[in-house]
Design a protein around this ligand. Structure first.
Ligand SMILES: *Cc1c(COP(=O)(O)O)cnc(C)c1O
Length: 490
């Protein structure tokens, strides 16, 4: 289907959007309209395998590929997951379900999309007859980087280059990235925080001479960040599938609304829930949960987006973000799809670090937003484990805590699905701390201890990291990320 830019009138088809990642104006590609799912299609998603359901949802947006081609892609993509349900709904309590999105190879929800994107990109290039190499640039707060490296490793015709904030990721997240195999993978620590890395990558895309130079070397740039529509589309599928399965299992009745609670950073995951709602999944509230970097809470409550504020390093590092890129796609919908308006707000954000929509008549009522501080996050991990024997990671704990606040405020009885975005072992120290006072120095000892104390099984892909060769030692100043790229482009 045709996609349009959020800032101007550039229109491309879905394959082109996947290939280039971002619009020329810096805008993001969004569908020209939201395809509706029929009652039968939702029922199908409840009964079918996850990969079949995902292919159906993808086919609504990427109709340039046949359903058969999409089925091949999703079947391969989800083949490496460690549970057949791929994204199971786990009932935690009356009315409360955890949607586990971390059963992929890198143990975070990014695998749900990044195991699909490389296959979509290769297919898109093939259909368009493109022979150039693709250089995929990624800024990561920890989880996207590894999932992209894993997804793109050894994929023909593609190089992938990841920039992560040097002190902004967990020890195991870092180990996962710097031990990555594959001659086409490149990893650099950026001296700065995630926003510096993300801004650096955006600036490279916007630097015409550099892009031209890469072209002269046979490379086209693309992005694996959630600004790429090929990331967003597979994420919509798990919200559709979660609802369809609840329906099939009789947990909700036909047409019954649910809430989705999403621990949010770059606004990609929760935006996919919004898209699922636009496609016809009955939603009461989309609950946007933030950590101490609560820029989105302020936005939804006051209508002002202010990135000019102190940046906090938290125990939920994948949400340590002050510039939530995908919010642009929501703004575009809420303001009545006025590209000039969006372009103007984004200009203000870039130049002044803030923008204000409070005077606009925008309806934000589909959303509820709140945040959890560090102490609340930790207490939630302990509380849920004591009550249910269920071990949350630090990001999902933010979501559960915000849901508790929502319940206290509203008393809402609507069935609620909480997106669980990472396996607790990825953030082993901050999880273990809630159960043990003396923490071992060696990270794999901490892993063993968490296993002993909670009985939570250690994922194979954590065990496999032990003793693995460190392959990536590069460091980049935040102003010199282009030089890092020049180092491996021959
Ligand atoms: C990326 C990530 C998030 C935030 O998701 P967004 O799409 O950026 O809002 C939350 N939790 C974990 C574990 C993540 O990796």
């Amino acid at each position: 289907m045709k996609l349009i830019s959020t800032r101007d009138s550039q229109a491309v088809d879905a394959l082109e959007a996947i290939i280039c990642g971002i619009a020329k104006s810096g805008g993001l590609f969004v569908p020209t309209s939201f395809p509706e799912l029929t009652k039968e299609e939702i029922e199908f998603c409840g009964k079918a395998s996850y990969s079949e359901a995902a292919a159906l949802v993808l086919s609504k947006y990427i109709d340039e590929l046949s359903l058969e081609e999409l089925n091949e892609i999703t079947k391969r993509a989800y083949g490496g997951f460690d549970t057949e349900a791929i994204a199971p709904n786990v009932k935690l309590d009356e009315n409360e379900y955890i949607l586990e999105l971390w059963h992929g190879r890198t143990l975070a929800f990014k695998d749900m999309a990044l195991s699909v994107l490389p296959l979509l990109l290769v297919k898109s290039k093939e259909k368009k007859g493109l022979k150039e190499k693709t250089l995929v640039l990624v800024a990561t707060s920890g989880d996207t980087g590894k999932a992209a490296l894993d997804g793109f490793a050894n994929v023909e015709g593609i190089d992938v280059c990841v920039f992560y904030p040097s002190d902004g990721v967990s020890q195991l997240q870092k180990l996962q990235m710097i031990t990555q195999e594959g001659e086409n993978t490149h990893v650099f620590a950026v001296k700065g925080n995630f926003d510096d890395a993300q801004t650096g990558v955006k600036n490279i895309f916007a630097h015409k001479e550099f892009v031209e130079f890469l072209r002269s070397k046979g490379y086209e740039l693309s992005s694996a960040n959630s600004i790429n529509f090929g990331r967003l589309a597979p994420q919509i599928a798990y919200y559709v599938c979660s609802y369809a399965r609840l329906l099939k299992e009789g947990e909700v009745k036909e047409g019954e609304k649910v809430n989705f609670v999403v621990p949010t950073g770059n606004f990609g995951n929760i935006l996919a829930a919004y898209y699922a709602m636009k496609m016809g999944i009955p939603v009461n509230k989309l609950i946007c949960a933030s950590n101490k970097n609560n820029v989105l809470t302020d936005f939804f409550r006051k209508g002002k987006y202010t990135a000019n504020r102190e940046f906090f390093k938290t125990i939920s590092p994948s949400m340590d973000i002050l510039v939530s890129s995908n919010l642009e796609r929501l703004l575009f919908e809420l303001c009545g799809r006025k590209g000039e308006k969006v372009a103007d707000w984004m200009k203000q954000l870039k130049e002044q670090g803030s923008y204000d929509i409070s005077a606009e008549e925008m309806d934000l009522s589909d959303f509820y937003a709140d945040w959890a501080d560090e102490e609340e996050t930790k207490q939630t991990i302990k509380k849920i484990y004591d009550k249910h024997g269920y071990l949350l990671d630090t990001h999902t704990a933010v979501a559960v805590n915000v849901y508790d606040k929502y319940l206290a405020e509203t008393g809402d009885k609507t069935k609620t699905v909480i997106a669980s975005t990472a396996n607790p072992y990825k953030f082993v120290y901050d999880v273990l701390e809630n159960f043990e006072k003396e923490l071992p120095e060696e990270v794999f000892d901490a892993v063993d201890m968490l296993n002993k104390v909670t009985g939570e099984p250690i994922p194979q892909n954590i065990k496999a990291l032990k003793g693995k060769e460190i392959r990536h030692k590069g460091i980049a100043e935040k102003t010199q990320m282009e030089d890092a790229i020049l180092g491996f482009i021959k």
